[in-house]
Design a protein around this ligand. Structure first.
Ligand code: ARG
Ligand code: ZN
Length: 476
């Protein structure tokens, strides 16, 4: 197709230009006349919102991240930390590759091996370009080891919101949605490539490093402590964390059997996280709606610094300063809706935020506050000429990823769908969605098709009015 441009035209000198001017989305088919048998993996996965996020030609199976971190010196020193790390990445080549990329932003790679052999590499903007020798054949597994590091700051996303490895006074808040993971490790940064993770995080003794999954050990050597975490469930890169701070770990088992590890900032009052006592009951409630909790553990991180929002970091939701009931329900519901089933493309974000927000509405009803129907009615009281309706939920644009309508109109879409197809079909749809797409990604199209399949109704007009038209839905 048109994106299948012959790599011969690009050449080595053309690579930098291609990275800046736009991605070459396809890998030239090896063996095509006139093209080399081996080719370079694309610089991006072709997500229309973040064309250079992720990479072509590789499928990462596992990231083992060995992170050595020192937070900033006492004020008035600048808020700059220091990260020295080794990423050991198990991957499979999905094309015959003489070169491939990973995403890495603001940190410097110092040594790269592929399959145990030194590899040439260069950093061009936010791409780490690796030249493996021998070349990689399609289907071959290999291990890539990258030593890297540098000073850490407080990165921001395209909206100016803090994200990625956000340096704090006593550690770091690590929350990477949508494309912040490259600020702390070399990564195939797109939800379509999920992987297992393990972490060894070494910090000054007295600080605690909290990552995804289960704590497998901690040991102190001299004045440094290493925290080991294991996260075997497939995870999108934006959901990984390695947050460091003055935490107390609170461990218990929820009524549904899930091991819970909360990391509570000792510099916050207990009132900041008292609502976390509802976690066990919430797990039971959301299991009744969406099916079994999909991961090996859960818990919250409550930091005393703030990125201005909370994030559904997989198995370990992150909260800025306070964890309040509504947000706790929201981030927990994301574990099924967003984490286990992730967006195929970033434009599908309403499937994350709409479900998480609708989960808050249903939790409110369960707790005896407003019913979901009442919350929906209140939302629909917004007059048709309100600019809020001038928004395409299924194509919010990169700057609108976290805009209000993605959340509230997304939730209203789900309630309207529930009314249209009935409770039985709606809740069958919810659990079938998780069952069918769990562990991977799915799109708005997948959702509409499954809704039609489960309900037996034609829902074209419904989805047209609710997620594809920038106007208040009137008939559907
Ligand atoms: N997914 C998060 C939530 O709704 C919000 C993330 C906002 N991220 C950002 N870079 N602004 O809980
Ligand atoms: Zn959310």
């Amino acid at each position: 197709m048109s994106s299948r441009r012959p790599l011969l035209l690009l050449g080595i000198a053309g690579l930098a230009g291609a990275l800046v001017s736009g991605p070459s989305l396809a890998v030239a088919a090896p063996g095509e006349p006139g093209s080399p048998r081996y080719s370079e993996g694309a610089a991006g996965t072709g997500d229309p919102y973040f064309p250079l996020a992720g990479n072509g030609g590789i499928d990462v199976l596992h990231y083992a991240l060995d992170l050595d971190y020192t937070p900033p010196a006492a004020a008035p020193a600048p808020l700059e930390g220091r990260l020295d790390a080794v990423a050991t990445i198990d991957l499979v080549a999905t094309a015959d590759l003489d070169r491939f990329n990973l995403d890495l932003r603001g940190l410097t790679a110092t040594e790269v091996t592929v399959g145990g052999k030194p590899a040439r590499f260069e950093q061009i903007e936010n791409e780490l370009v690796i030249t493996p020798r021998p070349k990689l054949k399609a289907g071959a597994s290999t291990q890539v080891v990258i030593a890297y590091g540098g000073p850490t700051t407080r990165p921001t996303d395209i909206e100016g919101a803090l994200y990625g490895w956000v340096t704090t006074r006593d550690g770091a808040m690590v929350v990477s949605e949508p494309d912040g993971s490259p600020t702390w490790f070399p990564v195939n940064d797109h939800p379509t490539d999920k992987s297992s993770y393990s972490f060894e995080i070494t910090v000054p003794e007295g600080l605690v490093a909290v990552a995804n999954g289960l704590l497998t050990g901690s040991s102190t050597d001299g004045d440094r402590t290493t925290w080991s975490w294991d996260a075997p469930d497939p995870m999108a890169a934006y959901l990984a964390t390695a947050t460091v701070g003055n935490f107390v770990l609170d461990q218990y088992t929820a009524p549904n059997g899930t091991p819970i590890i909360d990391a509570l900032d000792a510099d916050r009052p207990a009132s900041a996280y008292a609502d976390l006592a509802l976690t066990g009951e919430m797990l039971t409630f959301f299991e009744s709606l969406y099916g079994p909790y999909p991961f090996n553990s859960y818990g919250a991180i409550v930091d005393d610094d703030s990125v201005g929002y909370a994030l559904e970091t997989q198995t370990r939701s992150f909260f800025s300063r306070n964890a309040r009931e509504g947000t706790i329900a929201h981030e927990l519901a994301h574990q099924w809706m967003g984490d286990h089933v992730s967006p195929e493309r970033w434009a599908d974000i309403w499937l994350n935020e709409g479900w998480a927000t609708y989960s808050e509405w249903m939790w409110d009803e369960y707790r005896g506050r407003d019913t979901a129907a009442e919350t929906f009615e209140a939302f629909m009281a917004t007059p048709a000429d309100d600019p809020e309706w001038d928004f395409v939920v299924a194509d919010p644009t990169p700057l609108g990823l976290f805009a209000g309508p993605v959340y509230d109109r997304g939730a209203a879409t789900l309630h309207a769908l529930r009314v249209k197809i009935g409770d039985e079909a709606f809740f069958e749809l919810a659990s079938a969605w998780v069952e069918r797409f769990g562990g991977g990604t799915a799109s708005t199209q997948d959702f509409a098709e499954l809704a039609e399949e489960v309900s037996g109704q034609n829902l074209d007009a419904f989805f047209d009015a609710w997620v594809y038209t920038p106007a208040k839905p009137t008939v559907w």
